[in-house]
Write a new protein. Structure first.
Length: 90
């Protein structure tokens, strides 16, 4: 499900899969990056906890202005919703 050297395919809408990626993974002597990209399938989920004392944020779809505060102790569980959206075009 989560691989360090993943070269993911782009899921099709019917696949019921969610592709995720960490936008700016920061690895240093004191910090590690073990999960930076992956695919969530079916009823699986990804749970992450922030260790960043201040200025941590989390957002989706590349829209940084639509963020949630994600500071130390915050936990996010990410998965596929049971309901689906409909794309409407003219």
């Amino acid at each position: 499900m989560f691989e360090k050297n993943l070269k993911p395919k782009r899921p099709k809408l019917k696949d019921n899969e969610l592709l995720f990626a960490v936008r700016e993974p920061f690895q240093s002597i004191r910090t590690q990056t073990s999960i930076i990209a992956g695919i969530i399938k079916d009823q699986n989920h990804l749970t992450i906890e922030s260790l960043m004392p201040t200025s941590g944020i989390i957002f989706s779809d590349g829209i940084e202005t639509d963020f949630l505060k994600f500071n130390s102790g915050s936990i996010a569980t990410i998965g596929i919703a049971p309901e689906t959206a409909k794309i409407v075009t003219k």
